[in-house]
Design a binder for this molecule. Structure first.
Ligand SMILES: Nc1ncnc2c1ncn2[C@@H]1O[C@H](COP(=O)(O)OP(=O)(O)OP(=O)(O)O)[C@@H](O)[C@H]1O
Length: 348
């Protein structure tokens, strides 16, 4: 019997160490699902997207432009790749910050093929002149190419093939309304429930060749901040833990120990979240406090606090946004092991 168990242990040990070594170079790209069917969660959005793509295919035309809005890491890039894959067309990828001049965008759109998907990540960060060029390109499938310089310069209209822009943004409110109006379909990605993150973790574990206990996948899911990218990152870290500790498979205990080392707590809050809550409660007596003051206190960019930390803290009820600024809730005080002032308990 003992021999049998030993053999079984050796077998599973080989499975995690050898397979994880052979799969060492599986990148995040390879973890992306490439069809709507294998894209986990977001059922409403998937149903809308399916209808939208099926209709375009039945009509035999490229679909309208698509805007994907939502916090980082929820699958906007993945979805845009899926759209191109489902349509069987190539995809060109760029981003708002990568385009410095309108000319950069002009040369991209003028080299697109009929039906091609142009994915523009962080579209809210396009320079103004590029935005204006994009309105025309999206609506009239035309760019005006400037020839010559100074008073003798003239513009020659260049007709473009029909293509589909997919814009992704974490800050939909920053998009000028004329640009927003050019998108025929806007999809909002939501944080994922634990049950879906668990499925995602088990799927990624399969691709990476890691044996993960069901209960361990659940523990990882509840610490993943509702975000697939975080779930995949935590999975890779517990894989390291498994390899270093020669584990045959990932157990809940391995998840607890590994994530404690990485300072990720039982609610999935990381170092930055805890720094934000601590600053709010200790330095600002619970608030209200403005974003810039808060960011300066934790030594981060205001945008990072606003787009990475804050949405999750608000959603989980640790922080509230009021017209006077951010306020720590009684849940935040309790989570830090502090006693909330009376007025916080009564309001939140
Ligand atoms: N619904 C999903 N099912 C399975 N895997 C997913 C899903 N959504 C995202 N992922 C995985 O999570 C990772 C992050 O997703 P992605 O890069 O698409 O996010 P994003 O919203 O574009 O983020 P950002 O705004 O930061 O660019 C990807 O590696 C992908 O494998």
């Amino acid at each position: 019997m003992a021999e049998l168990i030993n053999n079984a242990n050796e077998e599973s040990l080989r499975m995690i160490s050898a397979e994880s070594q052979s799969n060492e170079y599986i990148s995040d790209e390879e973890l992306r699902p490439d069809t709507l069917e294998t894209f986990i969660g977001q059922p409403q959005l998937k149903a809308q997207m399916k209808l939208f793509l099926d209709a375009a295919q039945l009509r035999g035309v490229p679909p309208d432009h698509i805007l994907l809005a939502g916090p980082p890491g929820l699958g906007k890039t993945t979805l845009s790749m899926i759209v191109a894959h489902e349509l069987g067309v190539p995809i060109r990828v760029t981003s708002g910050p990568a385009i410095q001049h309108a000319g950069d965008l002009a040369s991209i759109v003028s080299s697109l093929e009929e039906g091609e998907v142009l994915f523009i990540d962080e579209i809210h960060r396009l320079p103004r002149a590029a935005e204006e060029l994009l309105y025309i390109a999206m609506e009239d499938f035309r760019v005006d190419v400037m020839v010559g310089k100074g008073p003798g310069a003239s513009s020659i209209p260049l007709t473009l093939p029909r293509f589909t822009v997919i814009g992704a943004t974490t800050r939909e409110g920053m998009l000028p309304s004329p640009l927003r109006a050019r998108f025929g379909f806007t999809a909002h990605l939501d944080y994922y429930p634990h049950s879906e993150l668990k499925k995602l973790i088990l799927r990624s574990a399969d691709v990476l060749g890691i044996a993960v206990e069901d209960a361990a996948a659940h523990e990882l899911a509840i610490r993943s901040r509702g975000t697939p990218r975080v779930a995949n990152r935590l999975l890779r870290r517990v894989r390291d833990w498994g390899v270093v500790h020669s584990l045959g498979h990932i157990t809940p205990e391995a998840v607890f120990d590994c994530l404690e080392l990485y300072q990720i707590d039982s609610e999935g809050l990381d170092r930055l979240d805890i720094a934000v809550l601590t600053a709010m409660c200790k330095q600002f007596a619970g608030g209200p406090v403005g974003l810039n003051n808060l960011a300066a206190m934790v030594g981060e960019e205001a945008e990072t606090v606003e787009t990475v930390s804050e949405p999750y803290l608000v959603r989980e009820g640790f922080l509230a946004r009021t017209p006077r600024g951010r306020v720590a809730t009684s849940k935040a005080w309790k989570h830090l092991g502090l006693v909330p002032p009376n007025d916080v308990t009564s309001v939140f």
